[in-house]
Design a protein around this ligand. Structure first.
Ligand SMILES: Nc1ncnc2c1ncn2[C@@H]1O[C@H](COP(=O)(O)OP(=O)(O)OP(=O)(O)O)[C@@H](O)[C@H]1O
Length: 531
């Protein structure tokens, strides 16, 4: 259920609210504009106070985020706070609009982003963090891809100051940190191993982890503790690792990362020294002398070109073989019995699930096209596909050599973990149900039966978009939650959107890719579906 369904969203004077553009664990974000001038667009984040309090946060904790972020609003790479206020249930923050979407969305798991793109974002992040430290005396303490947004030109905007800390007082004296907070894979080891640490130095470590994720599409470890095999290995070998994702790094990247990922904070490279490194000083092709993007279409092309979802026969065979052998599937079978709320099922405002009896059984799974590929579509369907030729969500399924892939790409807020289909719900839902089961997401049986029961009561108009809530464990046992949202576009076109709510975004995209492979027979792929 969304926050706006629990508590009414407050009205903001002189502001026209638009659609919801993002949901987090504590907040929903809406687009907005000035009533007097609709061309002035921004985003409003509504932080749901009761939800925050339920997790033990005080009102002071909640407002601290906006107080600190607004002190840092004079840098091009930090998301600007324009205004804020508080009502009974919500704190709302008017923010500059980041219409290029989230950075994590653009990182291909196990691949990463193009090296020049990684360098561009590394430079922008160093600028943002130097500004926070040098000019504001504030440490961010939660640097990770989920907290980095992009503007329409692709420039980095550091966001989410929920854990930020004023480590330097006005008189210049330093406050030492003692608490153990942060996002586990990105946390510096001293946060866990010492009783007192310097928060600004931990930011440098997190920049290193983020750089590794950008370059490889993998996190290094779950937590920087010796119980974690990968971390232990890293420490034992003093950072000299030549296996796994490290093999995908070139010598210069390795060198730079070793300087940053220095477990001893006293030996860790400083921001000043990093700013002298050639990776920082050399200008990337699509940046101006201030490091801002001056060629958004080149950046978009480079950024989006690594995003690929394979529906190939080879990968399909390999995947089905792995499933049959019931091994190599990294998703753990739940060790405990899931409670009802944890089962993937249709969600709807009006749904009182208990009152429904599931009379229809749709146990027969439609042929997904099998290894030979996608089904055929009619001529009029193909006209629709032309409209989608510039949508990365479509192009990610295409061969990169398709010239369409490299033309007219733009960065926007559209979710990329999504596919389009021309099928009807009686085909889509049973196939999704099977796919979810194959990737070990527990599903309440008969998604189509749940849909039909609701459909008969509500009709077409109120039924869509259809949302399936998903809660599962990722490969490492961490909770992953989100929704699969099926929306009707131009008949018969539908989008099937995988919207993450919490958990590791790389894991969410991995899950999406496996489900897409199971559903490959119904996915609209320009060029592949023609009769
Ligand atoms: N200024 C903005 N412009 C555009 N989109 C935004 C903006 N701020 C947030 N969003 C979108 O809203 C989503 C949720 O926002 P945010 O992550 O800040 O919520 P949250 O509840 O604080 O998150 P978390 O779950 O990480 O605590 C983001 O992933 C992003 O897609």
């Amino acid at each position: 259920m969304s926050f706006s369904q629990i508590s009414p969203i407050p009205e903001i004077k002189d502001v026209e609210l638009g659609s919801t553009i993002g949901n987090g664990a504590f907040a929903c974000v809406k687009s907005a504009c000035l009533k007097s001038d609709p061309s002035v667009v921004f985003a409003v984040k509504f932080v749901h106070i009761p939800t925050c309090k339920n997790t033990g946060l005080s009102e002071k904790d909640i407002t601290k985020e906006v107080v600190l972020q607004s002190r840092c609003s004079k840098n091009d790479n930090v998301l600007k706070v324009i205004d804020c206020n508080i009502s009974d249930d919500f704190m709302w923050i008017v923010l500059e609009m980041a219409d290029g979407g989230d950075l994590f969305d653009k990182i291909e798991p196990d691949v990463g982003v193009d090296s020049e793109v990684a360098q561009f974002y590394f430079q922008q992040l160093i600028r943002a963090v130097s500004y926070l430290h040098d000019e504001c005396g504030i440490a961010h303490r939660d640097i990770k891809p989920e907290n980095i947004l992009l503007d329409g030109n692709g420039n980095l905007k550091l966001a989410d100051f929920g854990l930020a800390y004023q480590y330097r007082r006005k008189d210049g004296s330093i406050r030492i940190s003692t608490d153990q907070r942060g996002s586990p894979p990105y946390m510096a080891p001293e946060i866990l191993h010492s009783n007192a640490y310097l928060a600004n130095i931990t930011d440098i470590w997190s920049i290193g982890i983020l750089l590794f994720v950008l370059l490889t599409g993998e996190i290094l470890w779950e937590l920087p503790v010796f119980d974690d095999e990968n971390f232990e290995n890293f420490i034992k070998n003093e950072g000299n690792i030549y296996t796994g994702p490290w093999t995908r790094l070139d010598f210069n990247h390795m060198n730079l990362l070793r300087k940053i990922l220095q477990p001893n904070p006293e030996k860790r490279v400083s921001l000043e020294t990093l700013k002298l490194h050639p990776w920082f000083t050399s200008q990337v092709r699509f940046a101006d002398e201030n490091g801002l993007c001056n060629n958004p279409s080149l950046l978009a092309r480079k950024l989006l070109s690594n995003l690929k979802v394979s529906l190939s026969d080879n990968d399909y065979f390999k995947f089905t073989q792995d499933v049959n052998m019931n091994e190599k599937i990294p998703y753990r079978l739940g060790s405990t019995q899931p409670i009802n709320n944890d089962l993937a099922q249709i969600q709807h405002d009006s749904l009182n699930v208990k009152n429904y009896s599931f009379t229809q059984q749709h146990s027969v799974v439609p042929d997904s096209g099998g290894p030979t590929g996608q089904r055929s579509y009619l001529k009029q369907d193909l006209d629709l596909t032309k409209k989608l030729l510039t949508d990365v969500a479509v192009l990610q399924f295409c061969d990169e050599r398709d010239p369409n892939f490299s033309s007219s790409l733009v960065l926007n807020k559209t979710n990329i973990t999504k596919f389009y289909t021309l099928e009807e719900m009686d085909i889509i839902l049973p196939l999704l149900e099977t796919a979810l089961q194959i990737v070990h997401v527990k599903v309440k049986p008969d998604l189509y039966g749940q849909f039909s029961t609701l459909f008969n009561t509500m009709g077409d108009e109120y039924m869509f978009p259809v949302t399936i809530g998903v809660k599962t464990e990722d490969r490492n046992g961490y909770v992953l939650t989100g929704s699969i949202i099926i929306a009707k576009l131009e008949d018969p076109l539908k989008s099937v959107d995988f919207e993450r709510r919490s958990g590791d975004p790389l894991e969410w995209r991995r899950l999406f890719k496996r489900i897409a492979l199971c559903c490959r027979g119904i996915i609209l792929v320009p060029g592949a579906n023609e009769t």
